[in-house]
Design a binder for this molecule. Structure first.
Ligand SMILES: [Zn+2]
Ligand SMILES: [Zn+2]
Length: 353
């Protein structure tokens, strides 16, 4: 098969012929119909994460937001059949540890690959074929009516936004949520917030991203290069957002997000940090203590929550396909990753092999 392989951090991915994946007894092989291109791919490509012993190695096939059709099924798989349409979560789980068994497979601690497209034992989906381990637990079965690009746009971003705002932050109807950074996960968060009945303030420094946020239903937008986003949010929300989400992962947006919540509010960190922060951001902890502000992390979504998300999709309450601004070929993926260095992408781009 053909695949886009990381050879050296920061050098263009090598689109080349590689061996087809082999199928584990509990796994399935999926023919990729579409795969979202995500800022996490860019972080991997740049070699970020070494500060957490988490840099993606040479030889890695990137791509972690695929949808496709099952073409091979391991002998121990019981619930997935050849020909099924599935989405693959990037957060892979073992299906049997205590976290998996209690519905928190996104933080699985089992001895098992845990990040599709980020480790050599879980090669990614910028490829013709991709392998999914522990398929009974991990596979998200899809109705035939959903288009593959829509599902790829669901990607890690939509699932992450849903898990972050609903399960982690407990966002409720009528509350204010501030979304810092209107890339793929930020725009997904705006849609999720709308479905949950919350009101949204979107923050970015690019007018094009703020226009997209408005189109998707943000109630107010703040250009962070023109005004102080914390003051602006406090004014718009009568004292601060109930929930604020940092979708970007740089120190300034993280601190702005924390400081834009009201007393007893919650900040949710979704974006991973860059070379500048190396995973460490200083925070106003005295102020957070004084106002009982919570700092939450959110990673992907437990596969066991997929039914809730799919019923939202079926209700037409969300339209992830509207986030897709571009579909590209496998050969174009290296160039589109490079474009992310200059924040030269808007919305979600999807690879269709
Ligand atoms: Zn597990
Ligand atoms: Zn992603």
């Amino acid at each position: 098969m053909r695949a886009a392989v990381l050879r050296e951090h920061g050098e263009p991915l090598d689109v080349t012929e590689v061996p087809d994946p082999t199928c584990d007894s509990d796994g399935v092989v999926v023919e990729v119909e579409a795969c979202g291109i995500c800022r996490s791919d860019w972080h991997s490509w740049m070699g970020h994460g070494e500060w957490a012993n988490d840099a993606v190695p040479s030889g890695q096939i990137l791509g972690h937001e695929p949808a496709g059709r099952v073409v091979e099924v391991g002998e121990d798989v019981e619930t997935i059949a050849e020909g099924d349409r599935v989405a693959l979560p990037f957060n892979l789980a073992c299906g049997s540890c205590g976290y998996c068994r209690t519905g928190h497979g996104n933080v699985c601690t089992g001895d098992h690959p845990n990040a599709l497209g980020f480790e050599l034992s879980a090669q990614g989906a910028f490829a013709d074929l991709v392998h999914l381990p522990s398929a009974d637990y991990n596979a998200i079965r899809l109705p035939e009516s959903v288009s593959p690009t829509d599902v790829a746009a669901l990607g890690c971003r939509f699932m992450t936004a849903y898990n972050a705002l609903d399960a982690r932050a407990g966002l409720r109807a009528g509350q204010w949520v501030a979304v810092h950074g209107c890339g793929g996960v930020g725009l997904s968060a705006i849609q999720v917030a709308n479905v949950l009945g919350a009101r949204v303030v979107a923050v970015d420094v690019r007018d094009s991203a703020l226009d997209a946020a408005t189109d998707l239903g943000a109630d107010a937008v703040v250009n962070g290069s023109a005004e102080d986003p914390v003051d602006a949010i406090r004014g718009l929300t009568d004292g601060g957002a109930h929930v604020s989400l940092d979708a970007l992962g740089v120190a300034e947006t993280c601190r702005n997000s924390v400081r834009s919540v009201r007393p007893r509010g919650s900040h949710v960190q979704v974006g991973l940090t860059t070379e500048a922060e190396k995973g460490n951001v200083s925070l106003p902890t005295d102020w957070m203590t004084r106002h009982e502000v919570s700092f939450l992390g959110a990673r992907g979504m437990p596969p066991t929550s997929a039914d809730d998300l799919l019923s939202l999709l079926a209700s037409d309450a969300v339209d992830p396909g509207s986030l897709v601004t571009k579909t590209v070929s496998l050969d174009e993926v290296p160039g589109r990753l490079a474009a992310m260095t200059d924040y030269d992408t808007v919305g979600v781009e999807v690879m269709v092999p």
